[in-house]
Write a protein that binds this ligand. Sequence first.
Ligand SMILES: [Fe+2]
Length: 308
Amino acid sequence: MILQNWTDEHTSKFQKETFKVKHDLVGTGLFSDEALIDLLNRHPKDQLDVCTLVDDQVFQYKFRTGDVRDVDGATLLAAVKAGSIWMNLRKAMNIHPEYEAVLKQMYGEIAMHTGQKPFHARGGILISSPSARVPMHFDATETILWHVRGHKKVILFPQTQEFLSDKDYEAMIYRVTEDYLPYDESMEEAASVYDLHEGDMVTWPLNRPHRVDNLSYCVSVTTEYSTPESSIKNAAMYTNAVLRQKFGRSPNWSNATTLEKFIKAGAGTVLRKIGVLNMLKSEDMVSFVVDPSTPNYVRDVEPYPRTF
Ligand SMILES: [Fe+2]
């Protein structure tokens, strides 16, 4: 079994409240440094995000993207350990059969416990430096963080307009690459902090804003899946974004009737297909390369658009 101490109480809280549970992903042997180096050598580079942090006035920090097309797995892992790198092997749990088998087992066990149908989850592997942080953001789909190795803190915030406004939600839906939320330190007073050590998984209600602070070199798995609830909300939020950006309106999600939400979701699916807000999408720019001859492995380069 991968899930270790799941009880009926967890079943009743699932997707409604935040809680931690133990898992045994370490026992699969797929997350040792050796296994990760081998995985990095095989993982497609267009599904690999390698980032470092830069200070930001509004978000506190932002990620900027690196180009690692010529860098092998061992060097990438050394860069994470030595420097200030955050890496996401997107869909690694889906692309590689041995990891996919584990993902199926993870969600199979959740389905068994909750009695829900198994979700079609996507899973990424995060490998990150001791100094890495993930700026305040929210996830537009149901998310679970399976922490595998190291020590990190996930800091969760209330789901109110103060922490996640409709306007910021909409922006995340059409901007795609910049999905942070405005942050200042006074927000910490309302936060709940979850310490994650080896074998801790944490799950929270849909869209709950959060940020992550590493306290050591860390390896985690992040899984996400769409539900009818998240799909309808995200399509409707696209319509609201169009109303706000194109027609100067101030739509409000929480006051909308169920009928209005459904109509807006239908419209949003069409509007998104047409790409009404595509001109507002920000381009992903590369601004560094991973270079072992630079002390923290981050060598800045003249920015250019990411085409891989
Ligand atoms: Fe997240």
